[in-house]
Design a binder for this molecule. Structure first.
Ligand code: ATP
Ligand code: MG
Length: 244
């Protein structure tokens, strides 16, 4: 078996992973966001000069990844996101083609045909009524189009593999994400219990946005700036601490 790649498919961030020749793991992270903009020849030229990642699909122009997040905050808009609550967003018409573009940006092309790529999937949530079947097959389809063979792996279980090598892979792996919390109880590599809950970072952002009367993307930026939750410095930070 040749080299394998990894892809963490998150509601807020996409992370591609591969090993270099010395066995060191290289990560490429990108915000899992996009924003459609009114574009003419002048703005496209500006985007190119500023090295902003964008894509043209049909007649629309989309700014991708971290630039979309920054631009949305400047323009007081809400970023669009291919995923919601830990899975592909059912209400986002452009989710699948944009997801495919972002995956290519973090993973690149395969080193050889049919290279294996393990990707993270959430467990079925205990407090929401959906499953991950459609989500998993969309990711597998996008990877196949790029020339990979995609293999799903439970996100909590992946945390166990990453962190509990010195404990015989026995313990609890927790991933606190944007869309979900994923929890996996593992005994000697075998996942005994795995489940997810749908209150995570986005839920905090929605609550903060509501009480402060601001956009959710702005609430994300306030939260991520780094807050001392024992000593909030202003009303905005207090709102984040209460939501947490
Ligand atoms: N410095 C920070 N302080 C507080 N929260 C942060 C900080 N940096 C990131 N976050 C929050 O952590 C969450 C993102 O975590 P992560 O990238 O693991 O999620 P994800 O894998 O994209 O989502 P999921 O696994 O739920 O689909 C977001 O809610 C983000 O706003
Ligand atoms: Mg995650």
């Amino acid at each position: 078996m040749g080299k394998v790649k990894g892809l963490d498919v998150g509601t807020m961030n996409l992370v591609g992973a591969e090993q270099d020749d010395k066995g060191k793991i290289k990560l490429k992270l990108m915000r899992h966001t996009f924003l459609d903009i009114e574009a003419n020849a002048f703005t496209l030229n500006m985007l190119k000069k500023q090295k902003v990642q964008y894509a043209e699909l049909g007649k629309k122009v989309y700014v991708l990844g971290d630039s979309a997040f920054e631009l949305a905050n400047i323009m007081n808009k809400v970023v669009r996101r291919p995923m919601q609550d830990g899975v592909m967003s059912p209400g986002e018409a452009d989710a699948v083609p944009i997801f495919a573009l972002l995956v290519e940006a973090v993973l690149g092309k395969p080193d050889f045909k049919d290279q294996l790529c393990y990707f993270s999937v959430p467990a079925d949530p205990v407090d929401a009524n959906f499953n991950i079947v459609y989500h998993t097959s969309v990711i597998q389809g996008a990877l196949k189009n790029l020339g990979y063979i995609g293999k799903p792996m439970n996100e909590g279980h992946a945390v166990v593999f990453a962190e509990l090598g010195d404990k015989d892979f026995t313990g609890i792996g927790i991933s606190a994400g944007g869309g979900m919390f994923n929890i996996c109880v593992s005994y000697k590599t075998i996942p005994a219990i795995s489940f997810a809950t749908s209150r995570a970072g986005d839920w905090v952002d929605r609550n903060v946005a509501q009480v402060l009367g601001i956009k959710t993307t702005r609430a994300t930026a306030i939260k991520e700036k780094g807050i001392n939750i024992n000593k909030p410095a202003n009303r905005e930070e207090e709102a984040v601490c209460i939501a947490i």
